[in-house]
Design a protein around this ligand. Structure first.
Ligand code: GDP
Length: 527
């Protein structure tokens, strides 16, 4: 197959949701359609549940699962579809944000009973910053939930999306009869009790005045559907693929993932409208997917579960050209050539060595500590991919060495864990003490546990009273000097040596901003 054919048949996307909305279930049903798995239950939830059993065991289990489910690829209607998994747990949000830099579109799953939840809001915000095309799937229609129109209002108000339903539910909960697909002009009947949706349940109805509709769902439900669909057609904009691709219009589908219902309609629309691999911006220039020369970036690094093989897997998104096994590529940050004898692809749960990969694909590279998140590989050109952010952390602790004989191990472990993006390390300017900043509290446990088990080092934590860490820059040298002199106690360096201001409270941050108007405070930095 030609390069362009391979390129154009790829679709790389992520599924995002608040925990429990049904992301794992939907992923599994999509994989079943693609034949990538044969049985339900093959996709394990990547959730960390805080339970009576040790959290550490849970973290280890989680890490194992999430390597296996980091990327799931399947074929459907001659397309190669890559689903990039995003952790649902809010303490791993940063992982999710970074994964979103590697997708070309997303599907957002919403629980019909709960509507838009906190986590959905945050994740959709990140997508909107990048104009990522979004399709919404409203799940669990087999349960009682919110009214369809109220949900659409929530999507518009809380998520700032302009929406366009492409399917519409007929009742819900006990009275759920199916959905009407406006996209395909088909009525799809719901058969509960685990019976799978099959061809005879999909009935073409081009005109909703058709009396057949009354026979199939009952007169009252048919009339309600007619009225609601009429309302949808008159209130919401027509579906327009260009607007969707620009991230300006989001189609909405209704269904029930666990019953595999409404999922096919979603997938069939997705494969028709979702974007093929898109270009990416670098500091130097825009990289287009159809360029001859290979370029890609690392968006995620995962430690290996197997204690005998402590190497890591760096996940690289191919952005242009063709990636090939055993070929020399330039590791731009280290300015040296590297080749990869065992690059890995992920077809569902199976890991296989791949010979080549195309834009939109994700390649797993075994790594013994050479990669950091954001690193670029090319055929020789110096490129730095942009838009892989590091967010201003919100939880802080002093980290101390708890075993004086193991300080080297501790240093090495901390550096490597920071490269993986587990947390951020700041070194205070006045006394060189080290502070770990994270987005979620669970990371502190992860770090302590992994330092001990992977690096043989012990650390202890001490509370530190901080509200936020933000990066500071200033064009005016004199003003910067004055700021540094006056605030020395509150300054630190991140791992790149960039200056960071540590604010004790929202008020002290505000005061610093007021007193030093020429200094700029940044709440995210790019790797
Ligand atoms: P995730 O946290 O978003 O990955 O959610 P899961 O896929 O693990 O689903 C959370 C729970 O909701 C599980 O108990 C699922 O069985 C259940 N669930 C998923 N889809 C549906 C659905 O369509 N209807 C109902 N009633 N339950 C569902």
């Amino acid at each position: 197959m030609s390069f362009n054919k391979e390129l154009n048949r790829r679709r790389t996307f992520g599924i995002i949701s608040h925990p429990d909305a049904g992301k794992t279930t939907l992923t599994e049903k999509l994989l079943l359609f693609g034949g990538a798995i044969q049985v339900a239950g093959a996709v394990k939830s990547n959730k960390i549940k805080r339970s009576a059993t040790s959290d550490f065991m849970e973290i280890e289990r989680q890490r194992g699962i999430s390597v296996a489910t980091s990327v799931m690829a399947f074929e459907y209607r001659n397309l190669k579809i890559n689903i990039l998994d995003t952790p649902g747990h809010q303490d791993f949000q940063e992982d999710t944000y970074r994964t979103l830099t590697a997708v070309d579109s997303v599907i957002v799953v919403i629980d019909v009973a709960k509507g838009v939840e906190a986590q959905t809001e945050k994740l959709v915000n990140v997508c909107r910053m990048r104009n990522t095309p979004i399709i919404v799937f409203i799940n669990k229609l087999d349960r009682e939930g919110l009214d369809g129109f109220d949900l659409l209002d929530e999507l518009e108000q809380k998520l700032g999306l302009t929406v366009r339903p492409l399917s519409w539910p007929i009742g819900m909960g006990q009275r759920f009869k199916g959905v009407y697909s406006m996209y395909e002009q088909k009525l799809v009947l719901f058969r509960p009790h685990g019976k799978q949706e099959d061809e005879e349940d999909r009935i073409e109805i081009n005109d909703l005045t058709d009396r057949q509709l009354d026979e199939l769902v009952g007169e009252a439900a048919a009339d309600e559907l007619r009225e609601e669909v009429h309302m949808v057609e008159s209130v919401y904009p027509k579906f327009d693929r260009e607007a969707y691709l620009k991230g300006e219009l989001s189609p909405v589908f209704f269904g029930s993932a666990i019953n595999n219902f409404g999922v096919r309609e979603l997938l069939d629309c997705f494969v028709e409208v979702a974007p093929p691999p898109l270009g990416r911006v670098t500091e130097e220039r825009e990289v287009k997917p159809n360029e001859d020369k290979f370029a890609g970036f690392v968006f995620k690094i995962h430690a290996n579960m197997d204690p005998n093989h402590r190497d890591r897997i760096a996940f690289l998104r191919v952005c242009s050209g063709r990636f090939e096994r055993n070929t020399n590529y330039l590791h731009v940050r280290q300015n040296r050539k590297m080749k990869f004898p065992n690059p890995t692809s992920f077809m569902a749960a199976k890991k296989t060595i791949l010979e080549e990969a195309y834009p939109g694909d994700v390649v797993g590279l075994y790594d013994s500590g050479n990669f950091k998140i954001g690193d670029t590989l090319t055929e020789g050109e110096v490129l730095h991919f942009k838009g892989i952010p590091s967010f201003s952390p919100e939880q802080f602790r002093f980290v101390n060495n708890a075993d004086p004989l193991k300080y080297k191990q501790l240093d090495k472990g901390l550096v490597q864990l920071m490269d993986e993006g587990v947390a951020q390390l700041f070194t205070k300017e006045d006394n060189n003490r080290k502070i770990i900043g994270t987005v979620g509290a669970l990371q502190f446990e992860v770090i302590q546990y992994r330092l001990e088990h992977e690096y043989g080092a012990k650390c202890s934590y001490e509370p530190v009273n901080l509200h936020k860490a933000c990066w500071v820059t200033c064009d005016d040298e004199k003003a910067m000097k004055e700021f540094i002199q006056r605030r020395k106690r509150d300054l630190a360096r991140d791992k790149h040596g960039q200056l960071v201001y540590l604010a004790e409270s929202a008020w002290s941050l505000q005061m610093a901003q007021e007193n030093h108007p020429k200094v700029q405070f940044h709440f995210k930095s790019e790797f």
